[in-house]
Structures are given as structure tokens and as C-alpha cells.
Write a protein that binds this ligand. Structure first.
Ligand SMILES: Cc1cc2nc3c(=O)[nH]c(=O)nc-3n(C[C@H](O)[C@H](O)[C@H](O)COP(=O)(O)OP(=O)(O)OC[C@H]3O[C@@H](n4cnc5c(N)ncnc54)[C@H](O)[C@@H]3O)c2cc1C
Length: 317
């Protein structure tokens, strides 16, 4: 692909930032088209910055992954002109309710948070990424898929990135700046020699997307405390879909998590007519780690994914 055509700035925006010295292929190269890279790319394109975005994957990840969008993020999406699109697609969650032994102990109301978006918006991450990709396309952006960053070399006023392309060839891209939005195992961070300190929590979390036909209110998230003190949290998605989360689920066992009905359900007192995992068998156990990345830039390269937590899926079914 012609580098000048990869991500063209929107014609309506004037006065893009100027770079001195050489004329690189693009002003900014973004590595990674997850939520972080997509937001950055749309923001740069919207300001007329010549931006290119590469991603080693095939397209949008199919797992629902992160689903809860909080008020501040909705405010930022609103500034990007995208809040309406998100709220049209997502499930508005107005309350967070806590239960023990079928009694509701407390109900927190998100409207009290002070934002005009007084709710949590549940939207699976794959849909979030589709909405961001659609916006990117409107701005003339093209994501270069199956293009993997494999090397970086910093010059005085430009960075040369080596990218492995779908045919197995390598290509070099010169950019004024390179931003690593390439996730928990960032190659950019590795190339910069930056540490990813911290440690994983000892316990795993269990996640599952299920269809439940029940009388649970779908404008609330519900946390049911079990006799052992651990909560099972139900986050509503649309169409009777729920994300079940069991934090601190203990040590991981070999193999994928299994699905079985249980007697003495912590949700007893609420009528559950039927449940099944969707898409068939999407469930995972995940290890979470608190791992800050140093924010210092290294020349013209930044680690863009400033993760304070990562989820490392251990086993899927
Ligand atoms: C199973 C699972 C469940 C999760 N559940 C939750 C949740 O419930 N709540 C929550 O808040 N978060 C959750 N997360 C975490 C959430 O998905 C991440 O925080 C989020 O995806 C981070 O976005 P990102 O854009 O920074 O990175 P990513 O989404 O990881 O995107 C990085 C992108 O970079 C690309 N890439 C990587 N290396 C290269 C390279 N060398 N060259 C080119 N491209 C590259 C990848 O293909 C990918 O598209 C979950 C994650 C997983 C895996």
C-alpha cells in the first residue's frame, strides 16, 4: 500500500502539526488497532495529522472482553461525536445492586455520579471496536491488517519501523512519531527497552457470556454474594445476554473452565427460567496483573497502552 494513502488526513481540517527535517512516510505511525489505537487514530485524523495504523491481527477480536463503559469515557466519546452511536447500541445500566441470601442489601445509582451520562453503558468490546473502525473509515482511515511491527530504529527526527506484511515480506515505514498501542505484550515497549513491572494477582477471574431468561432487571448490574463471600456479578447486555463475572475465583486448574448447573444458587430468590452460554461455550478464565508502564517517552516513540491492569486469558472453551 502506498504509505501516503494509508491514512489520509480529513480534508476539512487545516493546519496539521509540522515536523521539521526529513519527510517521513507519515507523521504518526500507530501500532495496534485495539480500542486505544483506534481512538488515537480517529483523533489524529480528525485534526489533519497524516497517520498510519498497522495491526498484526485479521480484524476485530470476537470475544466480548471489556463491556463496561463509564461516564467519563462517554463524555470523551461525546467530544468525539460518538456518544449517541454508542448509547444506541449499548445497554444502559442505571444501578449496581448487591445481594446476600436473596435480599437486596444496597442499590447504587449511577445518576448520582455528577455526569450527564448518569449510567454505565454495557457494550461488548467487539462492538466498541466496530463503531470506532466505522468512524475511522469515515475519516478516510485504512487499517493495515496482518502487518506486524518487528523492529524500530530511532533517528534524529524520524523513526524507522520494520513491519512484516501479509506475504511474509518486510517493509520499512518512516514516521515522525511511533505510538505503541499494541497491548499487554507490546513489541514497541519491548523495542524501547521499557519495563512492565508489577505482578499478577494470585487468583483467577472467571468470565462467561450467557443467555438468561429471568426476572432480573436489565437496567441494573447485580452482585450476588455467595456463602464464601465471593460475588457473582451479572452485567446485562442486550437481548437477555449477561456477562457473568466471578472475581478471585481461586487458583487456575488445567484446561478450560467447565460449565455446569449448580444447586443452591446464590441468585436463589430470583426466577431463572433457563440459561446457556453464548456464543456456544464462550467463557474464559483470566489472570489479572497490575503492571504500570513508565510514562517516559523514548525519543519519538511512546508506549500508548499505559496499562495499569491486564487480563491474560488462560484457557478458553
Ligand atoms: C478475555 C478478556 C476479557 C477481558 N475482559 C475485560 C473486562 O471485563 N473489563 C475490562 O475493562 N477489560 C477487559 N479486558 C481487557 C481489555 O480487553 C483491554 O484492556 C483492552 O483490549 C486494551 O485495549 P488496547 O487497545 O490497549 O490493546 P488491545 O486490545 O490488546 O489491542 C492491541 C492490538 O495491537 C495489535 N498488536 C499487538 N502486537 C502487534 C505488533 N507487533 N504489530 C502490530 N500490531 C500488534 C493486536 O493485534 C491488537 O489488535 C479483557 C481482555 C481479555 C483478553
Amino acid at each position: 500500500m502506498n504509505t501516503e494513502q494509508a491514512l489520509q488526513p480529513a480534508a476539512t481540517h487545516a493546519n496539521p502539526p509540522r515536523l521539521t527535517g526529513t519527510h517521513p512516510d507519515c507523521q504518526v505511525l500507530i501500532v495496534g488497532a485495539g480500542p486505544t489505537g483506534l481512538v488515537l487514530a480517529t483523533e489524529l485524523l480528525g485534526r489533519g495529522v497524516r497517520t498510519r495504523i498497522v495491526d498484526k491481527g485479521d480484524g476485530v477480536a470476537l470475544e466480548s472482553r471489556a463491556i463496561g463503559i463509564h461516564a467519563r469515557t462517554l463524555e470523551v466519546l461525546d467530544m468525539m461525536g460518538l456518544a449517541d452511536r454508542f448509547t444506541e447500541r449499548g445497554q444502559v445500566v442505571r444501578y449496581l445492586r448487591f445481594y446476600s441470601q436473596a435480599q437486596c442489601l444496597a442499590s447504587l445509582e449511577f445518576a448520582l455520579c455528577g455526569s450527564r451520562f448518569g449510567f454505565l453503558l454495557d457494550l461488548p468490546q467487539d462492538e466498541t471496536q466496530r463503531l470506532l473502525r466505522a468512524r475511522l473509515a469515515e475519516l478516510g482511515g485504512v487499517i493495515e491488517q496482518r502487518a506486524e511491527l518487528v523492529g524500530l530504529a530511532s533517528g534524529s527526527d524520524a523513526v524507522t519501523a520494520t513491519v512484516r506484511t501479509p506475504g511474509g515480506h518486510t517493509e520499512t515505514i518512516t514516521a515522525g512519531y511511533v505510538v505503541g498501542c499494541d497491548g499487554a505484550h507490546s513489541r514497541v515497549r519491548h523495542e524501547l527497552g521499557l519495563s512492565f513491572d508489577g505482578h499478577p494477582y494470585p487468583q483467577d477471574w472467571l468470565l462467561a457470556d450467557v443467555l438468561i431468561d429471568s426476572d432480573l432487571a436489565e437496567n441494573a448490574a447485580h452482585a450476588f454474594f455467595r456463602p464464601d463471600g465471593l460475588p457473582v456479578i451479572f452485567f446485562p447486555m442486550r437481548g437477555h445476554r449477561w456477562r457473568l463475572t466471578l472475581p478471585f475465583a481461586g487458583a487456575r486448574s488445567e484446561g478450560p473452565p467447565r460449565w455446569r448447573r449448580s444447586s443452591g444458587s446464590p441468585t436463589s430468590g430470583h426466577r431463572g427460567r433457563s440459561s446457556c452460554p453464548i456464543p456456544p461455550g464462550w467463557r474464559t478464565s483470566a489472570a489479572i496483573a497490575a503492571q504500570p508502564t513508565p510514562t517516559a517517552e523514548a525519543g519519538c516513540c511512546w508506549p500508548g497502552t499505559q496499562s495499569t491492569s491486564t487480563l491474560r486469558p488462560a484457557a478458553r472453551a
